[in-house]
Design a binder for this molecule. Sequence first.
Ligand code: GLU
Length: 417
Amino acid sequence: MANEVNPFESLQEQIDDAGTYVDVAEDVLERFKQPERVLETTLSIERDDGSIATFDAYRSQFNGDRGPYKGGIRYHPGVSRDEVKALSGWMAYKTAVANIPYGGGKGGIALDPSEYSTAELERITRSYAAELRPVIGPDRDVPAPDVNTGQREMNWIKDTYEKLENTTAPGVVTGKGLESGGSEGRLEATGRSVMLTAREAFSYLGTDLEEVTVAVQGYGNAGAIAARLLADKGARIVAVSDSSGSIHDEDGLDAGAVSDRKAQSGSVTDYEDGEVGSNEDLLTADVDLLVPAALENAIDADLAEDIQADVIVEAANGPLTPDADDVLTDRDVYVLPDVLANAGGVTVSYFEWVQNRQGFYWSEERVNDELETVITDAFEDLQSAFKDRDLPNFRMAAYVVSLERIVDAYEQGGNWP
Ligand code: GLU
């Protein structure tokens, strides 16, 4: 792990690099390297034993030139102001890659949710939602799930907002439960875009998913669902990992059965088949496709030298350091960046928000079909930019395409004030 790499500096480096290929003045580019604003707050809640606990919490609104700020809320001890700023920037570029009418935002609370009861987590979430209330809204900033948050937390945020505003406003958050105005297909959406991106990438390289072996690092929502959907398309999942370690079976693991085992025991390493190993064993496994689906900075330059996969599809946000990216570009490893590969989550969030606004709900089939169109169109745009403009890699293509879209929206708006 390369935790000393500051993800916000990584983001700024990525934008500076992309800026050299885009017709944008240096002073204007500065605007797209910084969040427009960051809310920083200290939450205090009463614990079940009557004591008071305090938490650092943030919401960064990075860029709103293309629409309301959009992005998840993360509960993790590693949450910091700079991490949230970086993640909010990646969201702005992600929504522009997917070409959906949003800007980028991200929030987080520095806590380990496993240390709190459900009632405590509800109080923490509602207290955070009350702090967010003045700056969020269906046309302003629309939060969603991220690491360690899901439908439950989104339902609490929606309910808190609606109570305080004395209204109904399901489009204030996405990733809600179905009965609270959620969308069919949202839970699977991130994993689905990982599968679709892998399918497009291998077809570009002239291979079918049926011939591909896969290692998945991280077995949460994105990793586990990507593994299952890749397996459904005929890929062989030979290694998976979580924070306890990895398992490897050259004959192929049953992705769904591994999820069931993890749900029961807490770790994929308790699965009955496969050889148990380390996180590094997984990242350097001899596979065709590596899917990092855990946290940022999972792969640094040293580790990148030892990677054997031909293709990396980033399910996590920011799993490679910029130095790792350089090494992999030199080694001709195809990296399909997070802002494309995991854009399924925010894309189906967009469909959820559209359905909330129309009060008309779509079938799962329609959601999946529309998602497939968004991801394949985005892949096509990146692939054309990569080839026609002779860019070093797909990440650069993603930043060039998305930066141009954001710059255009900003310039069309004219100057204010
Ligand atoms: N947290 C997810 C992401 O990083 C989803 C964001 C959203 O749906 O707004 O893309």
